[in-house]
Design a protein around this ligand. Structure first.
Ligand SMILES: N[C@@H](CCC(=O)N[C@@H](CS)C(=O)NCC(=O)O)C(=O)O
Length: 394
C-alpha cells in the first residue's frame, strides 16, 4: 500500500527516538512505542471527481491511486494563516450539558462517510457543534483552506489566528478524544502530536498524510489490557477507512436506477436545494448518477470486489459482527461503543436510506449492533460530555 511505501521510505518515522520531530514527549513515545506503530493505511486514494459532483459522490473517492514521495513534514498547527470568511451556518447541534468549552465548526458534506464518522464521534460525546455544508462543486466554503477536503473541524477562539484547523476525520477524532481524556493539556500542544506530512504525488499534486491519526495519546503508562484494547481499536478504525469504505460506492451505484435513487436521496438529506443552484443540482444528480455508475465499476475492479458487489459488502459487515460475537460484547468497546464502533457506524450511516443499506440489514446480522450504536450516539445530545465527565469524576 502507498502508506507502507511512505513508511518504508522514511525509516526515521519508525524509530520512536526520532519522534521529537513530531513534538512527541518522552511519555507519549513510551506509550506509543509499547503498542507499536500500527499498519497505517493512509486513505490517500481520493477522487476529486466524486467531490465535484456532490457530497454523495464523496463516496466515490478511491479512484485516483498515485504513489507519493514525502517532501516535507510539518509539526506545527494545522491552521492556515489565511483570514477565514464567515459562512452561513447550515445546522447547529447544541447540547446544553456540553462541558467541554470547545467551540466546534464542522465543514462537511452531509453524506461523506468521513464526515459521518466525525458527526458520530461528536454526537456520541455530547459535543455541541455548528455545521457548514460545503458546496461540493465550487467548494466556496473551504476556499480559505489549503487543505481542500472535508471534513475540516475548526476550533474557534483558540490558537494564534483565533482558531485551530484540524484536517482529516481520524486526526479530528483522535485529537478530540485525547483532549477529552486530558482536558488539562492545551489543544495547541495536542496538535503537535498529529503532524502533517506534506507530500507530492506522481502528478505533482500536493497531498497530506497524518502518520499518527489512529492514536489516542496517553500521558501515563496504561495497564497491558488497555494497551491491547487500544491497539484493537486502532486496527478496526483503520479497517473502516481502508476496507469498509471501499465497499460503498460500487454498492450504492450498482445499477443506473440505484445510482439515481442514491443521488436523489443525497439531494434530500444533504439539503442540496439550499447549497446548489437549480442547474448545478440537476447536473449533479443526473450527470453524477451516470458518472458514478461507471466509476462504481472501476472501483469494483480496483478493490477486487465480488461480481455481485453486495456479497463483498455483506462479507465486510459479517467480518465485523463475527468479531463482536467472538468478543461476546454488545460493542467492540464492551458495554459502550469505542472509537472503532463509532467509525464503522459512521461509515455505514453514510449510506443509510440507500437500497444497498436496506439489503445489508436484511442479509446480515449487523442491524442490532447498528441501531444500538445509533441510539446511543443520538441520545447523547442531552448528556454531559462523555469522557470529560469521566475524567472530572475519576
Ligand atoms: N482521509 C480523509 C479523506 C477525506 C476525503 O477524502 N474527503 C472527500 C469527501 S468524502 C473530499 O473532500 N474530497 C475532495 C477532494 O478530494 O478534492 C479523512 O479521513 O478525512
Amino acid at each position: 500500500m502507498i502508506s507502507k511505501r511512505i513508511f518504508a521510505s522514511l525509516p526515521f518515522l519508525r524509530n520512536p527516538s526520532n519522534w521529537k520531530v513530531f513534538g512527541l514527549n518522552s511519555q507519549i513515545k513510551r506509550n506509543v512505542s509499547q503498542s507499536k506503530i500500527p499498519k497505517i493505511s493512509i486513505n490517500s486514494k481520493v477522487s476529486r471527481i466524486c467531490a465535484m459532483m456532490g457530497g454523495g459522490l464523496a463516496l466515490g473517492y478511491g479512484v485516483v491511486y498515485c504513489s507519493k514521495k514525502v517532501i516535507q513534514s510539518k509539526s506545527t498547527l494545522l491552521a492556515d494563516s489565511i483570514e477565514r470568511p464567515k459562512f452561513k451556518i447550515s445546522r447547529e447541534i447544541y447540547n446544553e450539558a456540553d462541558q467541554s468549552g470547545l467551540k466546534i465548526t464542522l465543514y462537511q458534506y452531509q453524506t461523506c462517510p468521513f464526515c459521518c464518522k466525525v458527526r458520530a464521534f461528536l454526537d456520541y460525546h455530547g459535543l455541541s457543534y455548528n455545521v457548514i455544508e460545503v458546496n461540493s462543486v465550487k467548494q466556496t466554503q473551504i476556499k480559505w483552506s489549503t487543505y481542500r477536503k472535508v471534513p475540516i473541524v475548526v476550533l474557534e477562539g483558540i490558537g494564534q489566528n483565533g482558531y485551530i484547523q484540524l484536517n482529516d476525520s481520524s486526526v479530528i477524532i483522535s485529537l478530540l478524544s485525547t483532549h477529552l481524556r486530558h482536558p488539562d493539556v492545551s489543544i495547541e500542544k495536542l496538535v503537535t502530536y498529529y503532524p502533517t506530512l506534506k507530500s507530492m504525488n506522481d502528478k505533482g499534486k500536493t497531498v497530506f498524510e497524518h502518520p499518527n491519526k489512529y492514536f489516542v495519546m496517553n500521558f501515563s503508562d496504561l495497564p497491558e489490557e488497555k494497551m491491547k484494547a487500544g491497539k484493537k481499536e486502532r486496527i478496526w478504525r483503520e479497517w473502516a477507512d481502508s476496507v469498509l469504505v471501499h465497499m460503498l460506492s460500487p454498492n450504492i451505484y450498482r445499477t443506473p436506477i440505484e445510482a439515481l435513487q442514491a443521488f436523489n436521496h443525497f439531494d434530500e438529506v444533504g439539503n442540496w436545494e439550499q447549497n446548489f443552484s437549480k442547474f448545478e443540482r440537476l447536473v449533479v444528480i443526473y450527470v453524477g448518477a451516470a458518472a458514478m455508475f461507471i466509476i462504481g465499476k472501476v472501483l469494483k475492479r480496483r478493490y477486487d470486489l465480488k461480481d455481485d458487489v453486495r456479497l463483498s459488502l455483506y462479507e465486510a459487515c459479517n467480518h465485523w459482527t463475527r468479531e463482536l460475537k467472538k468478543q461476546s460484547t454488545k460493542f467492540m468497546g464492551g458495554n459502550l461503543p469505542n472509537l472503532a464502533d463509532l467509525a464503522v457506524y459512521g461509515v455505514l450511516s453514510s449510506i443509510e436510506g440507500c437500497k444497498a443499506f436496506e439489503d445489508t440489514l436484511e442479509n446480515t446480522d449487523i442491524s442490532q449492533w447498528y441501531y444500538d450504536t445509533k441510539n446511543i450516539a443520538v441520545n447523547r445530545t442531552k448528556c454531559p460530555t462523555v469522557g470529560l465527565l469521566d475524567k472530572k469524576h475519576a
